[in-house]
Ligand binder design. Structure first.
Ligand code: NDP
Length: 475
C-alpha cells in the first residue's frame, strides 16, 4: 500500500513529524540522506505506525500516493534547494513539496514560483513547538496555493496540536506567507524570552533573590494573565539543580545564541518601516550577551551604581509582573502590526485572528493571552493597533504606573531592561498626538532642503535658511 505522505530529513524535527503522522494512522514514507538515521527511526519507533523506509530517492518518491505530499525537514538554506533539485527528476505534475523548516520567506517566495513554473506545487510551512511539538502536535503555518493546501489539509490538521477541538493549523496565504508568519512568531518568542530574562534580572540583581525563590514567583504567575508555556518552563529551569545541588541556571554561561529568525524579523520590520522595538531590542540584547569577553573587561573598568539590595514586597513583585505584562502587550501589538504591513506590501490576505488561534497550542509562545488577541480580531472592530483594543487598552492603562516605577528602578540600579524600556518608550510615543519630529523636519529642511508640511495649511514648504530666511511653497 502506498504511503499517504513522505518525510525527507529525519533529524529530530523530521523524525518526530514522521512519528506524529504515523501515530495518527497515516502511512509515512521516510528518507534521510544518511541512511543511518532512517535505520534508527525504524528500529526504535517502527512499531508506532506504518512506515515505508527507503534508501534511495526514486524508491522513496515511488512509495507515496499521488499527487504526492512530501515534507522536507532539513537544515534551512542551501540544503533545501539541494533537496528540491534531487526530488524534481522523480516528481510528477501536481506533486507537492512542503518545506517544514525555518526558511527565510524570500527563499520560499522564490521556490514557490520556481516550482510552479515546473508544474509542481510548493508549500512553505512554518512548524513551531520544537522537538516535543513535532511529535505531540505542533502549531503549523502553511503557505502556498489554497488548492495545494486542501490536498494536505486532512493530514496536517490531524498532526497539529488541538485547542478546544480546533487544530492549530490553518491556511495562511500564498507564497512565503506561512514562513513569514512563523518568522514573526519566532521574533515574538525572542521578545517574550527577553522580557522574562529582564524580570529575572531585576529579582536577582535588584532584590537579591535566589533562583528557587524566583522560580516560585514565576510558578505563581502561571495562574494569571501571564499563563503561558514560557512562564511555566521558566519556573522549571530556575528550579533545576545540577549534580552539585546548586541551581543549574547559576552555572550556565550568559551568552545567548541565535539562529536567525529574530534577526530576520527585525530586518523585515526595518524594510517595512514598522516600529518593532521590543523584538529588535531582544535581538540586540542577545548580540550584547555574546560579547562576553568585552563585558568582563568593561565590568572592571566602568563603575556600577551603588544600590542596596532589599527583599521585594508583594507589591514590588506585582509591579514587575505588571511591567512584564504591559511590555508583552506592546511586543505582540508590534508583531501583529508588522504582519499587517507585510500582508499589504506583499499582497497576502493574512487573517490575523486565525493566526492568533493557531498559536494557542503546540507552539513556543502558546499562552492564554492569545485568546484575547483572537477576540480582538473576531470582534470585527480591529483597531489599527492592538493596544487600542478595549481589553488591551484597559490592561496596559492599569499596568502603566507600575511599569514606569519598575523601569525607573532598573535605570537607577543600573540593571539593563531594554525590552521593558523600549516598550514603554514606544507606548509613550504612540499615545501622543504631537511628538518632536517637527524639529527633525526643520533640521532636514535646513541642511538638505527636504521640505516640511505645516499644521495650518496644505502643501510642502521650504525655508531659505541660508538666504533671506523666507518660506516658499514647493507643492
Ligand atoms: P537540522 O537543522 O540540524 O538539519 C539536519 C537534517 O538536514 C539532517 O536530516 C540532514 O541530513 C539534513 N541535511 C542537511 N543538509 C542536507 C543536504 N544538503 N541534503 C540532504 N539533507 C541534508 O535538523 P532539525 O531537525 O533540528 O531541523 C530541521 C528544520 O526544522 C530546520 O530548518 C530547523 O530550523 C527547523 N526547526 C527546528 C526546530 C527545533 O526545535 N530543532 C523547531 C522548528 C523548526 P543528514 O542526516 O544526512 O546529515
Amino acid at each position: 500500500e502506498l504511503a499517504d505522505i513522505g518525510v525527507f530529513g529525519l533529524a529530530v524535527m523530521g523524525a518526530n513529524l514522521a512519528r506524529n503522522a504515523a501515530r495518527k494512522g497515516f502511512g509515512v514514507a521516510v528518507f534521510n540522506r544518511n541512511g543511518a538515521r532512517t535505520d534508527e527511526l525504524i528500529s526504535e519507533h517502527g512499531s508506532e505506525g506504518r512506515f515505508t523506509p527507503s534508501k534511495d530517492i526514486a524508491a522513496f518518491v515511488a512509495s507515496i500516493k499521488r499527487p504526492r505530499p512530501i515534507i522536507i525537514m532539513v537544515k534551512a538554506g542551501q540544503p533545501v534547494d539541494d533537496v528540491i533539485e534531487e526530488l524534481i527528476p522523480y516528481l510528477e505534475e501536481g506533486d507537492i513539496i512542503i518545506d517544514g523548516g525555518n526558511s527565510l520567506f524570500t527563499d520560499t517566495n522564490r521556490r514557490f514560483h520556481y516550482l510552479t513554473g515546473k508544474k509542481l506545487r510548493f508549500i512553505g510551512m512554518g512548524v513551531s513547538g520544537g522537538e516535543e511539538g513535532a511529535l505531540e502536535g505542533p502549531s503549523m503555518m502553511p503557505g502556498g496555493t489554497l488548492e495545494a493546501y486542501q490536498r494536505i489539509e486532512p493530514i496536517v490538521t490531524k498532526m497539529a496540536a488541538q485547542v478546544d477541538g480546533e487544530p492549530c493549523c490553518v491556511y495562511i496565504g500564498t507564497e512565503g506567507s506561512g514562513h513569514y508568519v512563523k518568522m514573526v512568531h519566532n521574533g515574538i518568542e525572542y521578545a517574550d524570552m527577553q522580557l522574562i530574562a529582564e524580570a529575572y534580572d531585576l529579582f536577582k540583581t535588584v532584590y537579591g533573590l535566589s533562583a528557587p525563590e524566583i522560580a516560585d514567583i514565576f510558578a505563581d504567575w502561571k495562574t494569571g494573565d501571564l499563563d503561558s508555556y514560557l512562564i511555566e518552563i521558566t519556573a522549571a529551569v530556575l528550579r533545576k539543580t545540577d549534580s552539585t545541588g546548586k541551581p543549574l541556571v547559576d552555572s550556565i554561561v550568559d551568552e545567548a545564541e541565535q539562529k536567525g529568525t529574530g534577526r530576520w524579523t527585525a530586518q523585515s520590520a526595518l524594510d517595512l518601516g514598522v516600529p518593532l522595538t521590543s523584538i529588535t531590542e531582544a535581538v540586540f540584547a542577545r548580540a550584547l550577551s555574546g560579547r562576553r569577553a568585552h563585558r568582563i573587561e568593561a565590568e572592571k573598568l566602568l563603575p556600577h551604581p551603588e544600590f542596596p539590595k532589599r527583599k521585594p514586597t508583594a507589591a514590588d513583585i506585582e509591579a514587575v509582573k505588571d511591567a512584564l505584562y504591559a511590555s508583552k502587550i506592546v511586543a505582540y501589538a508590534q508583531g501583529f502590526e508588522q504582519m499587517t504591513a507585510a500582508a499589504k506590501e506583499f499582497g497576502w490576505e493574512l487573517k490575523l485572528g486565525e493566526v492568533s488561534t493557531i498559536w494557542r497550542g503546540g507552539c513556543i509562545i502558546r499562552a492564554a493571552f492569545l485568546n484575547r488577541i483572537r477576540e480582538a480580531y473576531e470582534s470585527g472592530v480591529a483597531a489599527p493597533n492592538l493596544i487600542l483594543q478595549d481589553y488591551f487598552r484597559d490592561a496596559i492603562v492599569k499596568a502603566e504606573p507600575s511599569w514606569r516605577k519598575v523601569v525607573s528602578l532598573a535605570i537607577e540600579a543600573g540593571v539593563p531592561v531594554p525590552a521593558f524600556t523600549s516598550s514603554l518608550a514606544y507606548y509613550d510615543g504612540l499615545r501622543r498626538a504631537r511628538g518632536p519630529a517637527n524639529l527633525l523636519q526643520g533640521l532636514r529642511d535646513y541642511f538638505g532642503a527636504h521640505t516640511y508640511a505645516r499644521l495650518d495649511k496644505p502643501g510642502k514648504f521650504h525655508t531659505r535658511w541660508s538666504q533671506d530666511g523666507s518660506e516658499v511653497q514647493t507643492s
